[in-house]
Design a protein around this ligand. Structure first.
Ligand SMILES: NC(=O)c1ccc[n+]([C@@H]2O[C@H](COP(=O)([O-])OP(=O)(O)OC[C@H]3O[C@@H](n4cnc5c(N)ncnc54)[C@H](OP(=O)(O)O)[C@@H]3O)[C@@H](O)[C@H]2O)c1
Length: 304
């Protein structure tokens, strides 16, 4: 894609936070484990929801390339989980794949999964709340409230259930390994922009972004590094269903896969509780660390 001259979003969306020339639409050496050896994460156990296709699928493949020990892939469609398992094993045959067919809105199933992961894996290093749902955009008065609420159930209640079930294991893992663990909540630039018709999705993602800040505050001192992350604008089943954004879907799924591997590759407590975008150049972002921390940037606040 030709480099952008100007952000298509307002400045407070953070679209070009690192500078318009420091945006990416595809994986690049600093986040590509085949080019940057210290992104390798042997031994780690990773759980990704919504890993049956799209962005979650790409994250699973990039973690396989980063040589993690086990990837737990969750979604409802078993045929898609089977396909991702094959793709992961093609990327790295030594990675163990656990397929878990469940809905993230099913509290009992999520709780049972956490119990089994605790008993059978003994740890969890990375939790990625990626499963998501959107609906065609409509003004609030034209929506079916049940459909509207379903978007909040999947995008907000789902991550809440996962966090509630897995935080004890995450904290225990950080303590036992004397290291950080990561929670990556996939939010969206839609969390920080207001576009007519998109309210159910935007509200869910905004609340998840704020929930990330709470988790950072409550669990940061226990070794849990959490971010809310915009994964880029990627052609996927979910994105294809929103006709208003079709022209903006210019990022590859590999970009986000590489970005999450970079995020968890080192302790980056300075990002705890904040919003990040997979499109931001990671070296440019690191270069802004002091300013981000001193001015407490990348959080949802009132302009006063
Ligand atoms: N694509 C973009 O441009 C974009 C931009 C910003 C944010 N995002 C976010 O990125 C994440 C991934 O979306 P995507 O674009 O990759 O969409 P996608 O290709 O449609 O994938 C969505 C995944 O979520 C799973 N899922 C949906 N409902 C579920 C439920 N109730 N329980 C368990 N799994 C469920 C789906 O599997 P099953 O249907 O089989 O369960 C699928 O694996 C979402 O959180 C989305 O909001 C995407």
């Amino acid at each position: 894609m030709a480099p952008l001259e100007k952000s298509p979003f307002p400045p407070d969306s953070g679209f070009d936070f690192v500078g318009i020339k420091s945006l990416h639409d595809d994986i690049y050496p600093a986040i590509d484990v085949s080019k940057t050896a210290n992104l390798q994460q042997p031994g780690k156990v990773v759980l990704i929801t919504g890993a049956g296709r799209g962005i979650g699928r790409s994250m699973a493949i990039q973690y396989a390339r980063a040589n993690v020990a086990t990837i737990i892939i969750c979604a409802r469609t078993t045929s898609e989980l089977d396909e991702v398992e094959s793709a992961v094993q093609k990327a790295n045959a030594s990675v163990r794949v656990r397929k878990e067919a469940l809905s993230v809105t099913d509290g009992a199933a999520v709780k049972d999964l956490a119990r089994r992961v605790g008993e059978e894996e003994g740890c969890l290093d990375i939790l990625i709340n990626n499963a998501g749902l959107s609906r065609p955009w409509e003004p609030i008065g034209d929506t079916d409230p049940e459909d509207y609420w379903q978007v909040l159930e999947v995008n907000l209640k789902g991550p809440l259930l996962l966090l509630h079930a897995f935080l004890p294991l995450l904290v225990k893992t950080a303590e036992t390994h004397n290291s950080h663990v990561n929670v990556i909540n996939v939010t969206s630039i839609g969390a920080v922009t207001v576009v007519p018709g998109g309210s159910s999705y935007a509200l869910a993602k905004l609340a998840l972004q704020r929930m990330s800040e709470f988790v950072g505050l409550e669990y940061g001192g226990k070794g849990v590094n959490v971010v809310g992350m915009h994964p880029g604008a990627v052609v996927t089943k979910l994105a294809n269903e929103i006709k208003e954004i079709k022209d903006y879907l210019t990022d590859t799924p590999e970009l986000c896969g590489g970005f999450v591997v970079w995020l968890s590759s080192q302790e980056r407590g300075w990002l705890n509780g904040r919003y990040v975008s997979a499109t931001w150049d990671v070296d440019a972002l690191e270069g802004m660390k002091e300013d981000i921390v001193e001015c407490d940037k990348l959080k949802v606040k009132l302009i006063v």
